[in-house]
Ligand binder design. Structure first.
Ligand code: GDP
Ligand code: MG
Length: 162
């Protein structure tokens, strides 16, 4: 079986956009309205001759326990089932309480976790990226899922971690 990469994070940070960038094709559903991707969807990816599975998460309806608990639950599930977890944060917003809740779950992970600072479309946001070290998940990788900036370096880091 091929290694599994799970992509987690709160709604609207750009998980599905990044999944499409990783796949090199538009397959994951991107929506301007938060919470549209079906619960968990797996795709076959290929980079530098290596095959792996990418699991896009999100789109679940926040249940009675609220958004933060729902996102944390997805992170927990990803941590238990994936070989590597990609945590996506919106660098244009910075770390929110929900991001902190996800990070708290994943800091216990025995498997590699990669922190992605998404929506870094140009240099202006680079200065803010360093503040994401505070999540305790190591180095934030600046990318723009939309424009592709930084995605090659991220994919190299993913292959190294998988
Ligand atoms: P998800 O809910 O985390 O899966 O987020 P989506 O991938 O559906 O994206 C949510 C919104 O953010 C959409 O309007 C995307 O076009 C936008 N978005 C995603 N990635 C980027 C990015 O790198 N830069 C900018 N500016 N917008 C992005
Ligand atoms: Mg999505």
């Amino acid at each position: 079986p091929q290694p599994v990469l799970a992509v987690v994070g709160r709604p609207n940070v750009g998980k599905s956009t990044l999944v499409n960038r990783i796949l090199g094709r538009r397959e994951a559903v991107v929506q301007d309205t938060p919470g549209v991707t079906r619960d968990r969807v797996a795709y076959d990816a290929l980079w530098s001759g290596r095959k792996f599975t990418v699991v896009d998460t999100g789109g679940w309806e926040p249940d009675a326990s609220g958004l933060q608990a729902s996102v944390a639950k997805q992170a927990e599930l990803a941590m238990q089932t994936a070989d590597t977890v990609l945590v996506v944060v919106d660098a244009s917003v910075g770390a929110t309480a929900t991001d902190e809740a996800v990070a708290k779950v994943l800091r216990r992970s025995k498997r590699p976790v990669l922190l992605v600072a998404n929506k870094v479309d140009d240099d202006r946001l680079l200065g803010d990226v360093a503040s994401l070290w505070s999540l305790g998940l190591g180095e934030p990788h600046p990318v723009s899922g939309l424009h592709g900036r930084g995605s090659g370096d991220l994919l190299d880091a993913i292959l190294e971690a998988l």
